[in-house]
Ligand binder design. Structure first.
Ligand code: NAP
Length: 318
């Protein structure tokens, strides 16, 4: 595999990439780095004000950057069709499924459908979004669906009988399970795409440990607190900023040598450093559990991203 320069990835002029949660954190830096490489970047965000600040920050840093915004609330399944309908493109070369929440309070939260909120946002929202995006992705010559996983998924196992964590709610465990669900879906999606001979591929990336306090400032998007930065300096031995946390996903979008079904993460103990290829844990690629999760996700969302390899999103259905 050719050497990879995180500061100078290959140009990707003429392509269009959607980044969910591109208004903040790792997603912002994915958007910034892809825009710097020449992509037209569409920031999917539930906040017009934050999205506008992100667009401004990117265009101020990168002369000529092409950055757009679509309203996107992954926790609101009924809104996704309209969000995709507002995308000003006929084809989508990649989507980075980055947006996510990690709740830490003791109280379990749900969306308007009664779905546990971390599962709803991190997994079910992205599952349904891929369904809606399928026609745009299939209109590109070889689109990539890049899922942002987490090391939190390593130690968790799905409870298919209790996907919504109704019993003994523990926010850390529920977050880890929602990230595992995303990763299992992404591996399963790639298996289905390849079985169907589809040119679209699904790749998994994870950022390692990425702290705001180690992240460089971006006006209007991320403020630099000197105090917090100083306190966090010792952590730099193990973890990194969100700018570096973006590198594996950016490589998963841009590296011509990346293949579907691969897992990319930071090279130093999977926590920091340059992106490298990882070997997924067996439970992440377990086919029987992934199929059961897929069936449950399709029932819960009323969506099914690819059936026998054919896009079933709204535009093609219409
Ligand atoms: N940071 C880490 O160390 C770490 C480690 C492993 C994995 N990850 C994963 O990396 C991804 C990004 O994490 P981060 O640290 O950058 O988090 P972050 O700074 O909290 O940013 C999360 C992004 O997701 C958006 N978002 C949340 N709920 C949404 C919804 N319902 N609809 C649309 N967008 C929504 C947020 O929008 P708002 O600004 O409107 O809230 C924000 O743009 C997540 O998937 C996370 O699980 C992070």
């Amino acid at each position: 595999m050719a050497a990879w320069n995180v500061h100078q990835p290959p140009r990707t002029d003429g392509t269009t990439v959607l980044v969910t949660g591109g208004n903040a954190g790792i997603g912002y830096f994915v958007a910034e780095q892809l825009a710097a490489a020449g992509a037209t970047v569409v920031i999917g965000s539930r906040s017009p004000a934050k999205a506008s600040a992100a667009v401004q920050a990117i265009t101020a840093r990168i002369p000529g950057a092409q950055v757009q915004y679509v309203p996107l609330d992954l926790a609101d399944l009924d809104s996704l069709e309209a969000s995709v309908g507002r995308m000003d493109t006929d084809a989508l070369d990649a989507v980075v499924l980055n947006a996510g929440i990690a709740l830490d309070g003791p109280q379990r939260a749900t969306n308007d459908r009664g779905h546990e909120l971390m599962l709803a946002t991190n997994h079910l929202g992205h599952f349904a979004l891929v369904h809606r995006l399928a026609p745009l992705l299939q209109a590109a010559p070889a689109a990539r669906i890049v899922t942002m996983g987490s090391f939190a998924a390593r130690s968790e196992r799905l409870d298919l009988e209790d996907l919504h964590s109704v019993h003994e709610y523990d926010p850390k465990r529920t977050y880890g399970r929602s990230k595992l669900a995303q990763m299992m879906f992404a591996f399963a999606l790639d298996r289905r795409l390849r079985a169907a001979g589809d040119t679209c591929m699904s790749v998994i990336a994870h950022p390692g440990g990425a702290l705001d306090a180690l992240t460089p400032p971006r006006p209007g998007v991320h403020r630099h607190s000197g105090h917090r930065h100083l306190l966090a300096r010792p952590a730099k031995l193990l973890v990194q900023g969100k700018d570096a946390g973006a590198w594996p996903a950016v490589r998963a979008v841009l590296d011509p040598d990346v293949r579907g079904g691969q897992l990319w993460g930071p090279s130093r103990f999977g926590l920091s450093g340059r992106p490298h290829l990882e070997h997924p844990h067996a439970h992440m690629t377990d086919e029987a559990s992934a199929e059961a999760l897929w069936t449950a996700s399709a029932e819960l969302t009323g969506a099914d991203p690819f059936v026998t390899g054919r896009a079933t999103g709204s535009r093609q259905d219409a």
